[in-house]
Design a protein around this ligand. Structure first.
Ligand code: GLC
Length: 625
């Protein structure tokens, strides 16, 4: 890094500014816990063969294992389930089936000479979102609007418990991205465009996931991601299948901006003892983060004192090939490991990886000291989690199954929904609605679709329309459950038939997407959604628009067409939380965690822009009189 303030000085400066003097601490404080295991870790490493060491540094997606016995054959130290990567037999895509799958893999690892248990990773980014029946929380953009760190910590604690119920012990969360342009498809995975909001809620989530101690059987290892600047990529800087977008693109800024905007979430999560960090697919000034020693080693490990381990993103090392037309995988491995990656997340190439990395060491292209450092870091985390404790079983505690999707867990999610909603408009004080309204017409496919209510990363990677979220409550059902028995609630997906109703509740928004599939040039709703609103306008009744979206979208005439407008983001399974606000059982308290643009021409548009003239500013949110 340049002859700038060292990160330790910068870290101290950050804390000096934002945290009272008494609690000043550098990131080291939360990272010292891992050093306590160095003696044991080094002893185990001294007994390992090179192949056993490399196996610990390899994390295949379980769906790509040719045989479960490959876990022992290649001494694998970790597996993951990417979005939706569950039991192959769909009949076993259940809580029980997932638990059996994970325990089965654990048993394979325990058969090896050293019997080192697996770290099993999953993206539980708004609850244990792969598992049928799990509670689905609002995505981070909604949690950012709560500004409630205790609630975020509680959500993560509940999530950790539901994850542990399946025998999984590592969550690729929190995402501490600072999305700076809403055209990015991953905006909703970020808490806010403000690093000050991200650093507080990222720390809270880490506390919830890792608990008071990583060795607590209800804790999981957390993963701060994606290091660094994933949310700052330039518009249309990413090329995918001939299509330009933003995800995995290039963040172009000087070092001061990178530290000021995109680093705070790492400082606070490190201080909370986050066990793992995931580098970003994206680049900083043209160089892929996955291969940047200056970021991964010099900045994160040396200056910031990170003592856990780095897990590369899904096949991200493949993008390091010097010549994109020549996928020289061996060189990709060399560049990634020498840059500071400690464990590689991959799919079908795990056998190549486990053959090539020992070759690279024997050829002198990767120092053995780098391998030993990586394995010591991985074993530190496994020791801290109690995984190396011979009298503790790494298998699932199935007594936790009763807690998955339980009423107490759903109550936490319902409160999160209530606090995440942002009231943008409320003409004539139409809200809250009366529970004894004579007739309410609900419209919009999103009003009766849990898949749309939950968004991406639900049941599978991209999420999908449809009611595939057992135990959830749609907005339509929530409204029906809330009003008096004399109220007549009618519904149409397309907005027809609303004539003579006293009020219309129009639920429109974005259909599920994840990652680059959500990159958007126009940030507008699709024709079907806009037609629903137009059809409702024909009824000439007051309209309450409930917007389901992963980000601020361009409202256009939605604003004039609505009497009231609520940003509900992606609220998850507990639609009752929306009804609680609609009917006044909870007054809206949400405050925008993103600036809301009038048009895409304004983007990127953020709270710290001098000339910012948003439709609604960061921090905006109405309530009831
Ligand atoms: C994805 C995402 C990352 C996720 C990983 C494993 O591509 O970039 O956030 O944790 O792969 O699913």
């Amino acid at each position: 890094m340049s002859n700038h303030l060292t990160l330790r000085q910068f870290a101290a400066a950050i804390f000096f500014v934002s945290i009272p003097l008494a609690s000043i601490a550098t990131a080291d404080e939360g990272q010292e816990l891992f050093l306590a295991f160095d003696v044991q870790a080094k002893k185990v490493v001294s007994e390992m063969t090179l192949e056993e060491k490399v196996g610990q540094m390899c994390q295949p997606d379980q769906a790509f294992l040719k045989e479960p016995s490959d876990i022992g054959k290649y001494f694998l130290g970790s597996l993951l389930s990417g979005g939706g990567s569950g039991p192959k037999d769909k009949a076993k895509y259940t809580l029980e089936g997932w638990t059996d799958m994970v325990d089965g893999y654990q048993r394979e690892a325990l058969k090896t000479r050293l019997g080192i248990p697996l770290l099993y990773g999953v993206d539980a980014v708004h609850g244990h979102n792969n598992i049928p029946g799990a509670v689905i929380f609002p995505h981070n953009i909604g949690l950012g609007c709560t500004r409630n760190s205790q609630l975020v910590e509680q959500i993560s604690r509940v999530t950790a418990k539901e994850v542990r119920a399946t025998g999984i012990n590592w969550d690729f969360a929190p995402c501490v991205a600072v999305p700076r342009d809403e055209r990015w498809g991953r905006t909703y995975e970020g808490f806010s465009e403000s690093p000050d909001v991200v650093k507080v809620l990222g720390a809270a989530s880490t506390r919830g996931l890792q608990g008071g101690s990583l060795s607590d059987p209800l804790s999981v290892a957390a993963c701060a991601k994606h290091f660094i600047g994933d949310g700052g990529t330039a518009y249309r800087s990413a090329e995918r299948d001939g299509k330009l977008g933003m995800d995995q693109g290039d963040t172009r800024c000087d070092e001061e901006t990178l530290r000021r905007v995109h680093l705070p979430g790492y400082l606070t999560t490190l201080r909370e003892g986050v066990a793992t960090v995931m580098p970003s697919y994206s680049s900083w000034n043209g160089q892929k983060c996955t291969g940047r020693k200056d970021l991964l080693t010099d900045l994160l490990k040396t200056e910031l004192g990170f003592n856990g381990f780095l897990i590369s993103d899904y096949n991200a090392i493949d993008q390091l090939a010097p010549d994109p037309k020549n996928p020289d995988y061996k060189t990709c491995i060399e560049l990634a490991i020498n840059a500071g990656i400690d464990m590689v997340m991959l799919t079908d190439k795990y056998q190549d990886y486990c053959r090539m990395l020992p070759e690279l060491v024997r050829e002198g292209r990767v120092p053995l000291s780098r391998i030993d450092d990586a394995v010591i870091r991985i074993l530190r985390v496994k020791y801290a989690m109690g995984l190396m404790d011979k009298d503790r079983s790494p298998l699932a505690d199935r007594t936790l199954h009763d807690t998955v999707g339980s009423d107490p867990h759903r109550a936490v999610a319902r409160q999160a929904v209530r606090e995440s909603l942002v009231l943008l408009k409320n003409d004539h004080g139409i809200l809250p609605l009366s529970k004894s309204t004579q007739r309410i017409h609900v419209a919009g496919v999103g009003g009766n679709d849990l898949g749309m209510q939950c968004g991406g990363w639900t049941t599978d990677w991209q999420g999908s329309m449809g009611n595939h979220v057992p135990g959830g409550t749609t907005l339509l059902d929530a409204i029906k459950q809330t009003v008096s028995q004399d109220t007549h609630v009618t519904y149409s997906a397309d907005g027809s038939g609303a004539e003579n109703a006293d009020v219309g509740v129009v639920v429109i928004g974005e259909k599920p997407y994840a990652e680059f599939m959500g990159d958007s040039i126009e940030l507008s709703l699709d024709a079907e959604q806009l037609q629903t609103l137009a059809n409702m306008k024909e009824a000439n009744i007051p309209l309450v628009v409930v917007l389901l979206s992963g980000r601020p979208v361009i409202l256009g005439d939605m604003l004039d067409s609505s009497t009231a407008l609520i940003a509900a983001w992606l609220p998850g399974s507990e639609g009752q939380g929306v009804a609680d606000v609609l009917f006044g059982d909870f007054k809206p308290t949400g405050k925008l965690s993103f600036s809301w643009p009038k048009s895409v021409a304004q983007l990127p548009l953020n709270l710290d822009d001098d000339d910012a003239a948003p439709l609604y500013p960061f921090g905006f949110g109405l309530t009831y009189e």
